[in-house]
Design a protein. Structure first.
Lengths: 82, 391
């Protein structure tokens, strides 16, 4: 699986740094660092009230530290059958 | 673009408790004339009186010299013009004149300031001095053929008196200043950086309380280096191709700023944008790479930081310690624009990003345009040739 966290101006201001840190620690916690390619992307064109993340071909926007766990479960753990 | 050019930087520390500096620097670079005249004057005493004396002296000399009036006449004019100090009965200001002619030769004229230090290839070089008496004043005159990388440092005596009776018994001597400069030498440093590094050391020796006005003027001889920077897509999408053709047709280095801007640039080059995930500075978005572009960064946030660094550079340059070695986008742009570039061409696209026109975000269109204008002004004040083309 390929995950790209948007680090464009708008997402950056809404917390890309924290989301990347959360993503790194969660991937490590579930032992997924070999199965998931984590990267960054400039503007994904979905500037909303939160950070945008691309999971393979699907873009999820509005991610924050509050809803991160739910997004991670729905878009990483479940598709990987965990 | 391969000819030599000069980079001039200077700064002063005021004597403790003084609001005015008794040292003054004046730089004159007449249009259409390839001669730059820089004068460093140190007025007798301190405060208002010294400030007036040194300002008059540097202004008179630089103006007369720039009009090809002989040094004899300059000195006589100063002696006849300066107000006489009621306490000491003399009109007095020491001075150092550095004239760079055609970027080929330096003429140095010195009266009573510590003698100009010349570093060539990072090592101190003695140059011949011819002594003359003009109007009862002993004046030294030298001519030096310039080489790429030469650095001339003129200073007021506050530099060599730094630390007297405090950290050092007798201050540091010109030889010690030379040792310090040779030790700190880095061919990438700008003239401004040399002047602030030396002044910071003086301030340290003075324990933050300078006993005299202390000034350093640095002149560095270097080759021209053009850098072009593109930020923002054009307002009219039909202009995109022309903007790219002109931007990538520029000689020298290329910087692309902004997410959409870099995506479009990569498409033009037939490459991809590889965004880096490392947040080297949590406040500055990570950089990216595009094959064929020297530096790719995010836009407005990175740019705001570069502007902060530029404004500080024109002041005491204390944030130099941040941008001089860090690898985040703002530091990389700062090094490329402040240190490497002599000629900068901004390609500014005026397309409005609708997603950014949110009152809660400090990245709207007006802010972006203002950032570019302010940065261009700062770069001009650094002595760079700046051109802005808007699309």
């Amino acid at each position: 699986m390929n995950i790209s966290v948007c680090v464009g101006s708008s997402c950056h201001l809404r917390g890309s740094y924290n989301i990347i840190e959360l993503m790194k620690s969660n991937l490590a916690r579930y032992g997924l660092t070999d199965r998931v390619n984590l990267g960054a992307a400039f503007c994904l064109g979905k500037c909303t009230e939160g950070v945008s993340i691309r999971f393979d071909d699907e873009i999820v926007s509005g991610v924050s530290t509050d809803n991160f766990d739910q997004v991670f479960r729905q878009h990483v753990l479940e598709p990987l059958g965990l | 673009m391969t000819e030599l050019c000069t980079d001039i930087g200077y700064y002063s520390l005021n004597k403790k408790g003084e609001q005015l500096c008794g040292d003054h620097i004046d730089v004159i670079e007449p249009d259409g004339d390839n001669t730059i005249t820089a004068v460093l004057a140190d007025g007798l005493g301190s405060g208002v009186k010294a400030c007036i004396l040194s300002t008059l002296t540097s202004k008179i000399i630089s103006t007369l010299m720039a009009n090809n009036i002989s040094i004899e006449e300059c000195v006589e004019t100063i002696a006849a013009t300066l107000p006489v100090c009621s306490v000491r009965g003399v009109a007095y200001s020491t001075f150092t004149i550095l004239r760079i002619v055609d970027n080929r030769e330096a003429e140095i004229i010195q009266f009573d300031n510590p003698h100009v230090i010349l570093l060539r290839g990072g090592k101190h070089l003695d140059y011949p001095e011819e002594e003359r008496i003009i109007g009862g004043k002993k004046i030294y005159r030298s001519r030096v053929a310039l080489q790429e990388g030469d650095i001339f440092l003129a200073m007021s005596d506050g530099v060599i008196h730094a630390g007297v009776g405090m950290t050092l018994n007798f201050g540091w001597l010109r030889e010690n200043v030379i040792d310090f400069l040779e030790l700190m030498y880095d061919p990438d440093f700008t003239a401004k950086t040399y002047s602030t590094i030396l002044l910071n050391e003086c301030n340290r020796l003075y324990e933050g309380m300078p006993g005299d006005d202390t000034t350093v003027l640095a002149v560095k001889v270097r080759r021209r280096q053009p850098v072009s920077l593109m930020i923002g897509p054009p307002r009219n999408p039909d202009d995109l191709r022309e903007m790219h053709e002109r931007f990538f047709g520029e000689e020298g280095r290329h910087i692309v700023c902004g997410g959409t801007t870099s995506k479009l640039a990569a498409e033009y080059l037939g490459k991809t944008v590889e965004t880096c995930m490392d947040y080297l500075d949590p406040e500055i978005p990570p950089i990216a790479t595009i094959d064929g572009v020297d530096l790719v960064t995010e836009g407005v946030i990175t740019f705001s930081r570069v502007l902060e660094y530029a404004q500080n550079y024109l002041e005491d340059n204390t944030r130099y310690t941040d941008w001089s070695y860090k690898r985040d986008g703002a530091s990389l742009i700062a090094r490329m624009l402040f240190e490497q570039a002599t000629d900068i061409h901004f390609y500014v696209g005026r397309a409005v990003n609708p997603a950014h026109q949110n009152p809660n975000l400090p990245i709207n269109f007006n802010i972006k345009m203002q950032l570019v204008d302010n940065l261009a002004d700062c770069l001009k004040k650094m002595g760079k040739r700046v051109q802005v083309t808007r699309y």
